[in-house]
Structures are given as structure tokens and as C-alpha cells.
Design a protein around this ligand. Structure first.
Ligand SMILES: NC(=O)c1ccc[n+]([C@@H]2O[C@H](COP(=O)([O-])OP(=O)(O)OC[C@H]3O[C@@H](n4cnc5c(N)ncnc54)[C@H](O)[C@@H]3O)[C@@H](O)[C@H]2O)c1
Length: 292
């Protein structure tokens, strides 16, 4: 898994992924429609909604001394490009971009003989935005929780997971690991967290979860390196919530009727990362809390 093609490497999470992979000795190609503001690797401008362009990126046929040549058939693909949330663009635009891009990247990767695809699904597939009127079935939410996409964006990720399952069944040699990312945060975002503490409703929509971009990158690297076959999906969050209040207290106040499936310790995450820990060896190393 030496040569890794990363889609969306110019974005918030993708930049952290490229940086982490380069730091760990990978050769990385960033494939995006726009260049990165923090370039750490070569960039190839591609609209992933166009299969021809994706095939070209995945099977480079240019000059033999060109630096992209080593990505002619990348060893692995990290697919992070997407419209990254609901309500940024019209629903149909997000849906078309994300579903078409994901199909194209999965299809081109299979055609190029890529053995591992790691890609960004989303916590939104699990029923977000949650509220007292739209509570989770239980907490902590884990991968067995019912899929309840509530937007075209979340539906595009749900369908991405189905595409991964079916395309992997057609092509057993290629394995797919989908990361249901919580809300991605860079260290500079942590300045906003103090303002959320007085009103637990502000961040109830995702059970007060977050994922540090650097831990997200760690999860990607672990998913590239793990011995695995098939298509599966993992919730990726940090080990704690965005709140100072204890998680059990937050659940009692905002979701009193939601069953708790375990006794909660302090500010531990309500988006379970047990499966990611167990299968991928993922272990968050960062926290928004000072000194961690
Ligand atoms: N940001 C979050 O809180 C969050 C939470 C859960 C999941 N995710 C998922 O993680 C991934 C990365 O999110 P992000 O926050 O870094 O988003 P971002 O918007 O910062 O980056 C996405 C990148 O994808 C590129 N892109 C989009 N469509 C493209 C296309 N058709 N062709 C080529 N490039 C294209 C954009 O140019 C951009 O650089 C996305 O798949 C998103 O859905 C993000």
C-alpha cells in the first residue's frame, strides 16, 4: 500500500489525510477539482463526476518520467471528495455529485486493480439531526443502529455504503472500508467549543460528537493497513464529547427515554468507536480539552 490516490485531498479532512500519509512514508496523489491550500503532495485536477477523468487519474498513461506515473495503478484509494454536508447546495446537486463521484471512484478503482478503498461515509446516515423529537433508538449509537438518512446528503452516503457492499461482492479482490465520520474539527475550531457549554441543545444533533482531523487521518491510515476483506463500515469519532458535562447527565436531560446500552464514564463518546478500535486498531490521540 505504498502509492495512495486521495480524492478530496484539498478539503478539510483530506488535507489532514494527505499530511499524515506523507509523514508515514506513503506516496500520495491528491485528486480534487481545486488545489490544496496546504500542498504536501502532487495535485491532479479532476472532476470525479466524470468517469473518463476518474479513469484517467486512476490509470495514468502519460510520460514515463512523469511523477504521476507511479500512480498508474495506485495500491489504494482514499475517497474523501464530496459535497460534505446537507444544506450547502441544493439537495439534488449534493446527491448527484456524491453518488456519481462515489460510483465512478469505486468503479475506476476496481478496473485499475486497486485492492483497498477507504472512503468517507458519515454519521448523518444514523438519523441526524437528532433531537428530543427525533431521538436515537439507543445510546451509545453503534453500527447496528438503524440507518435513517434524513437528507439527500445522508442518503448519498447510505447509498455509497450499499454501492461498496454490492461492488465488493462483484469484485471480491477489492475491499472497501467506509468511515462514518463525526463532525470534523481542526485544532483552530476548538475555540468555538466553550460557547457550546451552557446550552446542551446546541450540539444535541449528533449526540455531542466530533472527530479531530488528525485522528480522522489516523483512522484512514489504520484502515489502509489493516488485514481485511469485504465491505464494512465504522463509526469514527473522538473518545470524548464536545461537552464538559458528563455524557450520562446529558442523556438524562435531553434524551431521558433513550435506553443506554452501557454505563457511561465521564465525558465518553456517545458515538461508539468500539468496533473501529477492535477491528481497525483505531485509538484517538487528540482531544479538544486543554492538555490532551
Ligand atoms: N466535515 C465534516 O464534518 C464531515 C462529517 C462526516 C463526513 N464527512 C465527509 O468527509 C469527506 C471530507 O469532508 P471535508 O469536510 O473535508 O469536506 P471539504 O468540502 O472540505 O472537502 C471536500 C473536497 O472534495 C472536493 N470535491 C467535491 N466534489 C468533487 C468532485 N466532483 N470532483 C473532485 N473533487 C471534488 C472539493 O473540491 C473539496 O476539496 C466528505 O466525503 C464528507 O462528506 C465530513
Amino acid at each position: 500500500m505504498k502509492n495512495v490516490l486521495v480524492t478530496g485531498g484539498s478539503g478539510k479532512a483530506g488535507r489532514a489525510v494527505c499530511r499524515d500519509l506523507v509523514a508515514h512514508g506513503y506516496d500520495v496523489l491528491n485528486v480534487d477539482v481545486q488545489p490544496s491550500a496546504d500542498p504536501v503532495c502532487p495535485f491532479y485536477k479532476v472532476d470525479l463526476a466524470d468517469l473518463g477523468q476518474v479513469m484517467d487519474a486512476m490509470q495514468w498513461t502519460g510520460g514515463k518520467d512523469h511523477p504521476f506515473r507511479k500512480f498508474r495503478s495506485p495500491d489504494a484509494v482514499v475517497h474523501f471528495a464530496a459535497v460534505p454536508a446537507p444544506d450547502l447546495v441544493p439537495e439534488e446537486v449534493a446527491f448527484r455529485n456524491n453518488v456519481t463521484s462515489t460510483y465512478n471512484v469505486f468503479d475506476a478503482a476496481i478496473r485499475a486493480g486497486v485492492k483497498r478503498v477507504v472512503w468517507a461515509s458519515s454519521e448523518t446516515t444514523l438519523g441526524l439531526p437528532l433531537s428530543p423529537q427525533n431521538p436515537p433508538a439507543y445510546a451509545p449509537i453503534d453500527e447496528d443502529h438503524p440507518m435513517r438518512p434524513e437528507s439527500a446528503y445522508a442518503l448519498s452516503k447510505d447509498l455509497g455504503e450499499e454501492m461498496a457492499r454490492q461492488m465488493q461482492r462483484w469484485n471480491p479482490e477489492t475491499s472497501f472500508i467506509g468511515l462514518r465520520l463525526s463532525n470534523v474539527m481542526e485544532p483552530k475550531d476548538y475555540a468555538r467549543f466553550a460557547g457550546w457549554q451552557d446550552d446542551p441543545h446546541v450540539r444535541e444533533w449528533n449526540l455531542w460528537g466530533y472527530i479531530d482531523a488528525r485522528d480522522c487521518a489516523q483512522a484512514v491510515r489504520k484502515a489502509l493497513e489493516v488485514d481485511f476483506s469485504g465491505a464494512d463500515h465504522f463509526i469514527i469519532a473522538n473518545a470524548d464529547t464536545v461537552m464538559n458535562a458528563d455524557s450520562a447527565e446529558l442523556m438524562r436531560r435531553i434524551f431521558p427515554d433513550v435506553p443506554l446500552r452501557k454505563s457511561l464514564s465521564g465525558t465518553e463518546t456517545l458515538l461508539s468507536i468500539d468496533k473501529a478500535r477492535r477491528v481497525l486498531g483505531y485509538e484517538p490521540e487528540h482531544s479538544w480539552r486543554p492538555g490532551k
